[in-house]
Every structure is written in structure tokens, then in C-alpha cells.
Design a protein around this ligand. Structure first.
Ligand SMILES: [Zn+2]
Length: 245
């Protein structure tokens, strides 16, 4: 049976949360661990790559047993309230996904919301800023990682959102927030160190994945495939000197 995980902590992206420095080693990434197991998409083997599908919610959806993102709606309201058009939002989401895809053997494909691995929407009951709920397969055997079954990312429509950084830390950048929440959705938690997109605090110091984020995702999914191993898309247009294959 799938088990729903209830990590307010793992799912929350909060601002102005100042905590004392963790004792012990400051690690630049932390795996999401539930019941003693890491969580990942694809084969339940560390370092094995995965193809993950995603979709935006196209209607109200309810996830029974979820602690975070229990009910979500399409993001339209979030976009309208913040004057972000849908194309711009799609571009920010694509950039957030591409950031992870570029540095590890994980690739994202669009899918129907009914069957997508990762579903993105707006909270029906506004809470916090953004959350991720993950469901994993408890039945996986052995002591290795457990397979993720579904991740739901929800944004609070009552908060202010924007595209890009402008120094105003009370309005969150959509791309950065999505990149952070996608990190949870694929098996990462908040690290002890602060120099990471996966850090729990929103600070606008960098807008791309940091070395710790990259180390974390490659530990789970392996290095990105060299371009030579990617499927070649047939095309009639061949640059001079290239060999069609
Ligand atoms: Zn978080």
C-alpha cells in the first residue's frame, strides 16, 4: 500500500525562519528519509536514473490521506492575482524542471494530471507558502530506497508571487519556489548548510542549483547522461558535417 508522507517540515518553504546552526557536520544536501528509507523515482537503487512525468492540475483535486496539499485547484487564480500569464508560468516551471534535469540522470515529461507523477496546483485552503506532499511505495523490498508514487506541489494563492528576484523577500519568485519544491518531490530535504536552493529559507541569493543541490540529486539519480547517449530526434535538417543516426 502506498504510504502518504506528512512532512510539513519537508514540504515547507518558509521565510524569516532563523534557526541556530545545526551542530555536527554542515552538509550541503540532505536526502528525504521516511521510516529509515530514502525516496526516489525510478528503480529503487541509488544512482539509477528516472523519467518523471508532471502536470498542472486542470481542475480541483483531492488527495485522501495527504497531510500537505490535501486539496488543490488549478494555478489560474494565483497567476491572475499576481498578473503572471500562463505562458510565463509555464516557462518558469520548465526552467525549474530543466535545472534539475541538467545536472542528474532525471528527466521530466509532461503528462495528463490524472496520471502524472508530480502534480502542481494551488492550495484550496491557503496555508504557509508552498508545500510538497509525497507518497511512496511501502511495499518495495529490501533496505534500499523506496519508490516514490506521487508528489503534489501546492502554492498558497493568498500569498504574493512574482517572476524574478527584486530583493523583496515577502514576494516569492515562482521559479525558485518551484525548483525548491521539485527538489522535495524528487527526494531531497532541507540541508543543514545554507548554500542551497533546498535551504528552507527564501533569500534571493542565487537562482540556480548550488553544488550541494547537485551533489544531492546526483547521489540519488546519478550523473546526467552524456549528450551522445540521449535519444537522437529525427530531423530533416542536418548541419553540415554531422552524421545522422
Ligand atoms: Zn522546503
Amino acid at each position: 500500500m502506498p504510504k502518504s508522507l506528512l512532512p510539513l517540515l519537508a514540504g515547507a518553504l518558509m521565510v524569516y525562519c532563523v534557526t541556530p546552526a545545526s551542530s555536527g557536520t554542515i552538509k550541503d544536501y540532505r536526502e528525504l528519509i521516511l521510516d529509515g528509507h530514502q525516496l526516489k523515482w525510478g528503480a529503487p537503487v541509488l544512482g539509477a536514473g528516472a523519467v518523471v512525468t508532471y502536470a498542472l492540475a486542470d481542475k480541483a483535486m483531492t488527495f485522501v490521506g495527504a497531510r500537505n496539499c490535501k486539496s488543490i485547484a488549478p494555478v489560474d487564480g494565483v497567476l491572475a492575482a499576481n498578473r503572471v500569464d500562463e505562458k510565463a508560468f509555464q516557462a518558469e516551471l520548465a526552467a525549474a524542471l530543466a535545472g534539475w534535469q541538467a545536472v542528474a540522470d532525471i528527466s521530466f515529461r509532461p503528462a495528463d494530471p490524472v496520471s502524472a507523477d508530480i502534480i502542481i496546483g494551488a492550495e484550496v485552503e491557503p496555508l504557509g507558502r508552498a508545500f510538497t506532499n509525497v507518497v511512496y511505495d511501502e511495499a518495495s523490498s529490501g533496505s534500499g530506497p523506496r519508490r516514490l508514487r506521487q508528489s503534489v506541489i501546492c502554492l498558497n494563492p493568498a500569498e504574493r508571487w512574482k517572476v524574478g528576484f527584486d530583493g523583496n523577500l515577502s514576494t516569492y519568485d515562482l521559479r525558485y519556489t518551484l525548483m525548491h519544491e521539485i527538489g522535495h518531490a524528487i527526494g531531497l530535504d532541507h540541508p543543514a548548510g545554507r548554500n542551497a536552493v533546498m535551504d528552507f529559507a527564501y533569500r534571493e541569493r542565487f537562482r540556480v542549483l548550488q553544488p550541494g543541490d547537485i551533489a544531492g540529486v546526483t547521489a540519488i539519480y546519478g550523473q546526467p547522461k552524456p549528450a551522445a547517449e540521449l535519444p537522437v530526434i529525427a530531423s530533416d535538417e542536418k548541419a553540415p558535417g554531422t552524421i545522422a543516426r
